[in-house]
Design a protein around this ligand. Sequence first.
Ligand SMILES: Cc1ncc(C[n+]2csc(CCOP(=O)(O)OP(=O)(O)O)c2C)c(N)n1
Length: 277
Amino acid sequence: MPFDEKKLKELKDICKDLRKSILKMTHASASGHPGGSLSAVELLTVLYFAVMNYDPKNPNWSERDRLVISKGHSTPLAYSILAKAGYFKGDDLLTFRQLGSPYQGHTDRLKVPGIEVSTGSLGHGTPNAVGMALGCRLDKLKNRIYLLQSDGELQEGSTWEAIMSASHYRLGNLTAILDRNRIQLDGWTEETMTLEPINKRYEAFGWHVQEVDGHDLDQIYDAIIKTQSIGLKENKPCVIIAHTIKGKGISFMEDNVKWHGVAPNDEELKKALQELG
Ligand SMILES: Cc1ncc(C[n+]2csc(CCOP(=O)(O)OP(=O)(O)O)c2C)c(N)n1
């Protein structure tokens, strides 16, 4: 069901704020990963502001839903959204990547509340999420494990071992969202190592598969809600292949591999913020 007008505006405003924050943080540190942060803005916005149960004042609440951000370089987005969700104030986000700052270039669960797993070495998030899903089921918790995967890390063997084990253990409490922005560190995924047909590959590994426009808030929400019922009814892990654009929202960053791990300079920041309005 589509969001009502008020909720849709609220979510769109959050997305815009997050994009601004991503640009300012990477500009301030003159480093970091804007492209893959910008592509996943809508995905995490729907999770944090329309779907997940969590308590920012009690980050370790045992019954919380858990999000594993497997693309651990997307920290400008991760820290910005955790601040917005109330885990911390975030008025020091511009210390991003400085020595002594809690906001390191890759996620560190011991430094930033709300980060469930330290990631950054690609291919570790999916195994962690599978372990969490198993553990939560053993503890008879009614929560859900969400997992943000990148397409580049589907080239890691450990990811597929975990995908295989998730269906073996019938983890109906696991929803993966794949940020299918088609670009990895230095090129297109299909030129580096073919991933397609991703949907058939997941299906062959026993997962339920949906595909959405990863910048359409309604589509993302509907697909996530569907995984909640299908997963449990069919005892199947679910994946949502979210078709996204790396660098989304900034004309000169969109679909441009250069912006994987390069920060905007003064002039580029000004132009990007102007575009966002
Ligand atoms: C095991 C491992 N190998 C290499 C890297 C270096 N690296 C950082 S990001 C990246 C790929 C980025 O592409 P993708 O994973 O698709 O992320 P996104 O496009 O969503 O930002 C690589 C190879 C890494 N972090 N971990």
